[in-house]
Design a protein around this ligand. Structure first.
Ligand SMILES: Nc1ncnc2c1ncn2[C@@H]1O[C@H](COP(=O)(O)OP(=O)(O)OP(=O)(O)O)[C@@H](O)[C@H]1O
Ligand SMILES: [Mg+2]
Length: 315
């Protein structure tokens, strides 16, 4: 498989280019690149997932991460947030070496990112407000209950949920509302970095568009850097500054969609230039769902805007 795009002018930048950036002194935070992954290797037994994978995320961008099902997108995210110990490689997040031995300082770094895991994973026995309070209590155990409550209500509204959703249990929410509740929890600690794993999977097209707009708005108003795993071509077109493509156990290319289209890698061509990719591109250029689209989605688990293969559906 070819990794070299044909046109250097429009080609995606190669991921490891040691000459591109000046070297930082040990412990110095790379403020322009909140996430730097170098030479990552992950394997489960003899099943190799990542081999010499490198990726640099720019501050303030929404970087979309795509790849076939099982290529290791979620494992990459788990590695970056320290939940998956890699076989080799170095991961630096907000200036901290995540792969180095853990110590008490790690608690500080974990409070600087928020995560929406694939599938949401809200605590079913807690209300939405109580779910949001979980990370707050963990990192700031001294906060008074009244203030906790106030912060939780603010995050509920920030994520586009009605105020009365705070007192509801996850089982009382629609799929779209659950996603927003998960997003509210990921914003609990005012993070600098947001990790979203398939946030629009399972939402109806209008709900997915509304969720995309919310992410973009949060990024712009809160100055977030967003690591967004998605299969959703409309999301990639609508809100991502750059897209990183996982294939062949590594990030084979990263760039804007027009830059990626210049790659001759078969997966990239099939994904972005196939019928679904073209439909998403055309949809982007035609007027679509207006700003009056409802902020809150009702139950609707069919994602019609970008038909997914069975193995791509939310699990
Ligand atoms: N804890 C684990 N133990 C063993 N294998 C695992 C573990 N976690 C992930 N894997 C395997 O690693 C591979 C990559 O998984 P991952 O969940 O990262 O895929 P993905 O790219 O996120 O796929 P999808 O698009 O379906 O979510 C899969 O083959 C998966 O079965
Ligand atoms: Mg996944």
């Amino acid at each position: 498989m070819s990794e070299a795009p044909p046109s250097p002018a429009s080609a995606p930048a190669p991921e490891s280019d040691p000459g591109r950036e000046p070297k930082l002194a040990d412990g110095q935070e790379d403020v322009r690149h909140p996430i730097v992954v170098e030479g990552l290797c992950n394997a489960f037994g003899d099943h190799v997932i990542h081999e010499d994978l490198s990726l640099t995320v720019n501050k303030g961008e929404i970087i979309g991460v795509v790849g076939g099902s099982g290529t290791g997108k979620s494992v990459l995210m788990r590695s970056i947030i320290g939940l998956q110990v890699p076989q080799a490689g170095k991961i630096t997040v907000l200036g901290r070496d995540i792969t180095a031995a853990q110590d008490d300082d790690d608690i500080d770094i974990r409070s600087r990112w928020g995560v929406l895991f694939q599938g949401g994973a809200l605590f079913s026995t807690l209300t939405v407000a109580e779910n949001i309070e979980v990370p707050l209590k963990e990192f700031y155990p001294e906060i008074a209950p009244a203030l906790l409550d106030e912060i939780a209500r603010f995050k509920v509204m920030l994520s586009g949920l009605p105020e009365n959703a705070a007192a509801k249990y996850p089982s009382e929410l629609s799929g779209g509302m659950k996603k927003r509740a998960g997003l509210a929890r990921s914003l609990a600690l005012d993070p600098e970095l947001l990790f979203l794993d398939e946030p629009t999977a399972g939402l109806d097209p209008i709900g997915a568009d509304a969720f995309d707009r919310l992410i973009l708005e949060l990024k712009e108003t809160l100055g977030l850097t967003v690591f967004l795993i998605t299969h959703d071509l409309d999301t990639l077109h609508a809100i991502c500054d750059r897209v990183a493509v996982l294939a062949d156990r590594k990030v084979i290319a990263v760039g804007t969609i027009p830059e990626l289209l210049a790659s001759d890698h078969p997966w990239i061509q099939e994904y972005f230039n196939g019928p679904r990719g073209r439909a998403a591109l055309e949809a982007k250029d035609t007027p679509h769902h207006d700003a009056a689209a409802p902020a809150i989605e009702d139950d609707a688990d069919d994602d019609e805007r970008a038909p997914m293969a069975p193995d791509e559906q939310d699990r």
